[in-house]
Design a protein around this ligand. Structure first.
Ligand SMILES: O=C(O)CCC(=O)C(=O)O
Ligand SMILES: [Fe+2]
Length: 331
């Protein structure tokens, strides 16, 4: 079942998001496929490696829609709604559980569906190298601009900008969102920037740093362009949570501000519901999350984040070994 999903916005825009609504029959058949995978006792690692094979048993409409995402213009952000989810567990509070030995239902759903876009992978040092990351508020991160923060705004960014090969797509799968707290996305048309701004932002001089030092990432920083790729369909690497223009002349700061304003003007909010799987083109779509009040009571907002590389074989030289889907943080 395919429809266009109108999503209201905290920031004026209403963009129509390409949406696939899973119906009841499809939902039942997805539960069956996942249960079969769980009973086959495949490890999470094998499951992620062979996800595309397991995904062949999913309903055909869902497969056609999902494999089309990488091919279709206007698919920078898409939503699959009505998927099955398991709310028998409380939202984690302090630490993400370690999942790699077993397949949990709530991990299997996004891994299986995301596998149709490319290779699902995990990053060394990020949440025990789990194949999905749990996005939930932690008391100790309340005031940090990171996924597990809450009170503080997590400003506009593309994920893992500091990596050489961040996932070019990622998905956010909603298990629980009791107060409908949105994920903000922006699809900026970079052609609207002045030529001078585009030229400056394409220079290899901007600083990218990991959002967080310590457990979730290493303390790396590199120089790279903000706008890159093909002139006719440019890509974006962006992060407003630290100073990308550190040490640069005023004209670079002005160009950065012009881009930031375009991002804000092209934004909308998507309050994910349980069973929603949101795919974001991480090379085109910056996202953010406004601050919110967490209760740390096991009922807080809980998302699962899954990274995908659609060009897995091209980046083999930067992986620890050619078959490994758990890559280092220098990746
Ligand atoms: O919580 C959200 O909606 C987005 C989280 C996020 O941007 C991230 O974890 O990288
Ligand atoms: Fe993010």
């Amino acid at each position: 079942m395919l429809d266009k999903h109108e999503v209201g916005s905290g920031v004026e825009n209403t963009i129509s998001i390409n949406t696939y609504a899973v119906d009841e029959t499809e939902n039942t058949s997805i539960v069956q496929v996942i249960d079969d995978c769980i009973t086959s006792k495949t490890t999470m690692l094998e499951f992620a490696r062979d996800g595309r094979v397991f995904a062949q048993d999913l309903p055909v409409g869902l497969r056609k829609f999902t494999t089309g995402i990488t091919k279709t213009l206007g698919s920078e952000v898409v939503l699959i709604s009505g998927l099955p989810f398991d709310t028998s567990q409380p939202t984690p509070i302090d630490d993400a559980p370690k999942y790699n030995e077993i397949i949990e239902f709530n991990d299997a759903v996004p891994i299986l569906i995301s596998s149709m876009l490319g290779q699902v992978f995990s990053l060394y040092g990020v949440q025990h190298q789990n194949m999905t990351s749990d996005i939930f508020p932690r008391p100790s991160a309340k005031d940090l601009a990171i996924g597990s923060g809450s009170r503080t705004d997590f400003l506009w960014h593309t994920d893992n900008a500091y990596l050489k090969h961040p996932g070019d797509y990622f998905s956010l799968y909603c298990i629980r969102n009791p107060h409908n707290h949105p994920t903000n996305i922006s699809v900026p048309d970079l052609n609207l920037l002045s030529a001078g701004t585009r030229r400056l932002l394409s220079e290899d001089v901007f600083t990218v740093t990991a959002n967080r030092l310590g457990e979730e990432a290493t303390n790396q920083s590199r120089k790279r362009p903000i706008i890159w790729g093909h002139e006719m369909s440019p890509y974006l690497t962006f992060n407003l949570n630290y100073d990308m223009c550190a040490g640069l002349a005023e004209e670079y700061h002005s160009a950065f501000m012009e881009l930031k304003e375009l991002i804000v003007a092209s934004a909308m909010s998507i309050p994910l519901k349980p069973g929603d799987l949101l795919f974001i083109d991480n090379y085109k779509v910056p996202h953010s999350r406004d601050g919110f009040t967490a209760l740390f009571d096991g009922r807080d907002r809980w998302l699962k984040r899954t990274y995908v590389s659609s060009g897995w074989r091209e980046v083999v030289k930067d992986r620890t070994d050619p078959w490994n889907v758990q890559v280092t943080s220098n990746f």
